[in-house]
Design a binder for this molecule. Structure first.
Ligand code: F6R
Length: 614
């Protein structure tokens, strides 16, 4: 899940590549590099660390690159080989004339490497990518044609790849190709861009060509030719992107994560303004094509997702089963794809993904599509690979999320699940109309309630300060907020590196309670409703083991003051909607703890925003 960018045209390439990589930094940030055509040779520059390090490295080479108008760049999230200069891309062949960048994983690289080494190739790095550089160079020695060489090489490669390749003997040309990894071409007069994602070039052009798997494009400043895997010419389909060049600014907030948490009320308003006009009207989901007939034929729903999106899906299960009476299974995509799943035309498969390109979820979707299931995709990226597989699309419209830790996209996914459940209940007639009206009325009040929390954050910040020195953190909840406990814990561990775990509170006494003592914070998500009293008893059990008790609650109950050392109160809310309210203070606790600990909040170590490797 690295990011790649390329340019061929008449403008100075350096800033185009560096700006492009900056926009792709969400895909990885452990090292980076570029290759540019300089007079009669291709120069390669690399650095370890964030893009800043590459910029510093390039400062002393600015003059030699200043006239270059063709180049490729890469930002890395290491999979094979540590983040070092040698392992950073671009990679080269033996003679250094062929240079390439790669996003993805070459699955048969060990076999290819052994063969290439036996044939005299000398490997410098530990990466899977370097095999492709040697392989294409070998084919080039036979064909003396870069496009043909790439076509021959990719036939021998297994796995996922987006590749951008240059060769010194064919200057001012880029050859690019892809399989199971994103690659899009930006089109402008006398210039072409090629990148893993649109933000890398949107400020230059809003015209794009999405390359399909196994197509190869050959780009020069004034020509573009695409062929398919049989070598047949493909007519390029230029699409107009629904994107504005957005300035990704923190708008005065210290971090994108804090800004994105604050955007959540407007994210909900924005979604509801299109899809839920008033409590008395039916939900409008234009791109969801589930008719009465389709719904009648459904036996069950499977929801597949990863990470935060998986937690949104778990809440979706509660609400769909409750409102629509359809059984729902939720499974991590990475588990789903490696077993014999029972999926057929009577199963609705829902894929949930902020990015729309998470490799495991994409593979799972393709598998279930092949078995005849209706595919519904809930995503923040209607232009993504997953959206292209969809029979029905629910676009969550959260806007670009920059911080690696997902916040506003989670709230948007939850809102979308509620709308989907209401929509299906309305079609199926499974719930009393008056109760659905109440539900919708409550939903419309959510933005104000979140604003109330955000306007009074001192208590939450203080709580974060008080517990920031802890090494471990436990979150407990029951019912619909059990996934909230998981999501709160995930937020904390990913940005503060504290060992945080969410448990269904009833499970504490089956093992985890052994860990409790006076050093362990236990945060109880105690929202009023069916399981309130039960969770109170579980909290008593934890208190009896001297744990440091924190409550997140919408209850004014005085007896909580005795039981808990710290209480965070949130506005009252109906139980079924409480996950949307409860997650906000948990996001803020994670944010402030990471901030107190001086962590890199927006770009935590070892993570990337888009996980395009299985
Ligand atoms: C956590 C986080 C990840 C993602 C996961 C799935 O804050 O962002 O856990 O939720 O990698 O990504 P998407 O939703 O893009 O499929």
């Amino acid at each position: 899940m690295c990011g790649i960018v390329g340019y061929v045209g008449n403008k100075p390439v350096l800033d185009i590549l560096l700006d492009g990589l900056e926009q792709l930094e969400y895909r990885g940030y452990d090292s980076s590099g570029i290759a540019v055509q300089c007079k009669d040779k291709i120069n390669v520059y690399k650095a370890v660390g964030k893009l800043k390090a590459l910029r510093e490295e390039l400062a002393s080479h600015a003059y030699e690159i200043s006239k270059s108008t063709v180049g490729i760049g890469h930002i890395r999230w290491a999979t094979h080989g540590a983040p070092t200069v040698v392992n950073a891309h671009p990679h080269t062949c033996n003679c250094g004339k062929l240079v390439l960048v790669h996003n993805g994983i070459i699955e048969n690289y060990k076999e290819l490497k052994a063969k290439l080494e036996a044939e005299g190739c000398v490997f410098k790095s530990q990466t899977d990518t370097e095999t492709v550089a040697h392989l294409v160079a070998q084919k080039y020695a036979l064909t003396h044609d870069l496009t043909k060489a790439v076509a021959l090489a990719v036939k021998e490669i297994e796995g996922a790849f987006a590749l951008e390749i240059m060769h010194n003997d064919e200057p001012n040309k880029l050859v690019i190709t892809k399989r199971n990894a994103p690659l899009v071409i930006g089109v402008a007069p006398d210039e072409y861009y090629a990148a893993s994602d649109i933000p890398a070039f949107i400020k230059h052009t809003n015209k794009a060509i999405y390359l399909s798997d196994d197509q190869i494009a050959t780009l020069t400043a004034d020509s573009l030719e695409i062929i398919d895997k049989n070598g047949c010419k493909v007519e390029p389909k230029i699409e107009l992107l629904p994107w504005e060049p957005v300035a990704l600014s923190k708008m005065g907030y210290k971090h994108f994560m804090l800004k994105e948490i604050h955007e959540q009320p407007d994210v909900i308003r924005n979604i509801l303004s299109d899809k839920l006009k008033s409590p008395e009207e039916n939900v409008i989901l234009d791109e969801v094509k589930l008719t009465k007939e389709t719904l009648r034929n459904l036996n069950r729903i499977q929801v597949i997702a990863c990470g935060t999106s998986l937690h949104a899906a778990m809440i979706g299960k509660y609400i769909i089963e409750d409102l629509c009476g359809i059984p729902v299974d939720v499974e991590a995509s990475s588990e789903y794809i490696y077993r014999k799943t029972v999926t057929d035309a009577h199963t609705l498969v829902i894929g949930v993904s902020q990015s729309g390109e998470t490799a495991d979820t994409l593979t799972a979707i393709k598998q279930s599509k092949a078995r005849g299931s209706h595919i519904l995709i809930i995503t923040n990226r209607p232009d993504s690979a997953m959206a292209r597989e969809a029979d029905s699309l629910l676009s969550v419209n959260a806007g670009i999320e920059v911080s690696v830790a997902a916040t506003k996209s989670y709230i948007a996914q939850l809102t979308s699940f509620y709308l989907l459940a209401l929509y299906m209940a309305e079609i199926k007639g499974t719930y009393p109309v008056s109760e659905l009206t109440n539900f919708k009325h409550e939903m419309l009040m959510l933005p104000q309630k979140i604003e109330q929390i955000l306007s009074n954050m001192e208590n939450i910040r203080e709580c974060a300060r008080k517990y920031s020195a802890t090494r471990d953190f436990i979150y407990i909840a029951r019912g619909i907020n059990y996934p909230t406990a998981l999501e709160g814990a995930l937020k904390l561990k990913e940005i503060s590196y504290i060992n945080a775990t969410g448990y269904p509170a009833g499970e504490l006494k089956h093992g985890p309670i052994a860990m409790l003592d006076e050093s362990m914070p236990v945060l109880s998500i105690l929202m009023k409703g069916a399981v309130y009293e039960k969770l109170l008893s579980n909290s008593e059990e934890a208190k009896a083991r001297n744990a440091r008790m924190i409550a997140l609650t919408n209850s004014q109950d005085k007896k909580l003051d005795e039981l808990f050392d710290y209480i965070i109160r949130v506005p009252d809310v109906a139980e079924y909607l409480s996950p949307i309210i409860a997650i906000v203070p948990l996001q803020l606790i994670a944010y402030y703890i990471a901030e107190f600990l001086g962590k890199d909040v927006d770009q935590p170590r070892n993570l990337a925003k888009s996980v395009t490797v299985e």
